[in-house]
Design a protein around this ligand. Structure first.
Ligand SMILES: Cc1cc2nc3c(=O)[nH]c(=O)nc-3n(C[C@H](O)[C@H](O)[C@H](O)COP(=O)(O)OP(=O)(O)OC[C@H]3O[C@@H](n4cnc5c(N)ncnc54)[C@H](O)[C@@H]3O)c2cc1C
Length: 372
């Protein structure tokens, strides 16, 4: 049996472990922390097909969505095919959503435009003063708090899988016996294949390979509210999301006008996912210039609250927790970064704000190259 070494216990590394183990490979899965605490546990848990660029990126997202459906049936990760509603607060936003629902690939994405009454019929909690919404039936969600642990629990059913936390890879070499990684104390693991899925950790032993790589880091601010006291059937977004997602780039976005000052300053959209315990994860902001501030700023949360109040038509539960997160994003036209560093050894990162969504399909592209 051939052996795969995977560095990184985030969603990209863990999906590599799942697909490699299912294929029949022995898997050694190395993670520097006791428990992963980076982007993959700080995100919304959205599987967001709706915003993906037409063509290869959408194809990859749809393949990922298919794989998520299968994995969600096998592992306790809180997977649900809940779909999403992107809410239009005025006629112009609604017109852009009507254009979205007429795009050539709208059916593939599961797009449908709903007026306010149709939206309320689907989602009675959305009783606010808005124009309508864009429904996307292919969007889905998982629980970030369950995801990585749930996948590792599933991986325990494969005798060839070994999880090794608190192993920080600091060196790598390749020789006739394969690929080898070591930690600072000299512990060494060897394998036929190596996937380094270190997320936004662009430094360390992979730094020399990423020196001129088209990658950047992005920092986001997030929060969780108290329970809503009702169950939402969908994840939600506001029309600012249309400005960020490449799927919509050819629509008449100038109709949206200028963003509000806080949303502009913090490069914001509203995304909202209700967790299984009734709380709501809300965000987000985008900070691109390093060094990032260490502070959580209050103004973005005030903005999110005013948008939410308008959509729900009532006060929404207070914020109970706040955090930030950083992801690695490809800045080239490549959807993510895949770089070969030796025969059978690759760095895989840079999935950006779609890294959770695409993770099983990205892992599949790696594992398809690995023979038994
Ligand atoms: C706030 C926020 C919200 C987001 N929301 C969404 C969303 O809803 N949907 C979506 O599709 N995407 C979302 N994303 C993006 C998504 O979370 C990331 O693209 C994805 O989690 C990246 O996964 P990863 O495994 O590459 O990185 P990470 O989750 O950062 O994992 C990398 C792991 O590698 C480990 N590691 C690093 N170096 C070493 C080393 N030398 N040795 C051993 N281990 C090492 C780290 O400790 C870490 O656990 C969001 C991101 C953020 C920050």
């Amino acid at each position: 049996m051939k052996r795969a070494l995977i560095v990184g216990g985030g969603i990209i590394g863990t999906m590599h472990a799942v697909l490699a183990a299912e294929k029949g490979l022995e898997v050694i899965h190395l993670e520097r922390d006791m428990k992963p605490q980076s982007a993959s546990v700080r995100n919304f848990g959205l599987i967001w097909v709706s915003g993906r660029l037409a063509g290869t990126e959408l194809d990859l997202a749809l393949r990922a969505r298919e794989l998520w459906g299968k994995i969600g049936g096998k592992a306790e990760i809180g997977f649900r095919a809940n779909g999403s509603l992107t809410v239009a607060q005025n006629d112009d936003e609604y017109t852009v959503m009507q254009e979205a629902a007429s795009m050539a690939d709208a059916d593939l994405r599961g797009f449908k435009v709903l007026d306010r009454n149709q939206t309320i019929a689907l989602e009675p909690e959305l009783a606010g003063n808005y124009r309508g919404s864009l429904q996307c039936t292919t969007d889905a969600a998982v629980e970030p708090s369950l995801l990585l642990g749930g996948l590792r629990e599933y991986l325990k059913s494969f005798p060839g899988y070994t999880w090794i936390p608190e192993f920080e890879a600091v060196d790598f070499y390749h020789d006739d016996n394969g690929n080898h990684v070591t930690d600072i104390s000299g512990r060494k693991y060897s394998g036929d294949y190596l996937a380094v899925c270190a997320g936004a950790a662009h430094k360390g032993f992979i730094e020399e390979h990423l020196e001129k790589a088209p990658l950047r880091k992005v920092r986001l601010q997030m929060a969780a509210t108290a329970p809503l006291g009702a169950t939402l059937g969908h994840s939600l977004a506001d029309a600012d999301s249309l400005r960020y997602y490449p799927a919509f780039k050819d629509l008449s976005l100038d109709r949206l006008g200028a963003q509000g000052s806080i949303a502009t300053e913090y490069k914001m959209q509203l995304l909202l996912v209700q967790r299984l315990d009734g709380t709501m994860t809300i965000g987000d902001t985008h900070e691109y210039a390093e060094p990032f501030t260490h502070e959580l700023h209050e103004a973005p949360y005030d903005h999110l609250y005013s948008v939410m109040k308008n959509i729900f038509g009532r006060d929404v539960p207070r914020i109970e927790r706040r955090w930030d997160g950083v992801y690695s994003q490809s800045t080239s036209t490549d959807i993510y970064l895949r770089k070969t560093i030796a025969p059978g050894a690759e760095i895989v990162t840079g999935g950006g704000g779609r890294g959770n969504t695409l993770s099983p399909a990205i892992a599949e592209e790696t594992v398809n190259q690995w023979s038994l």
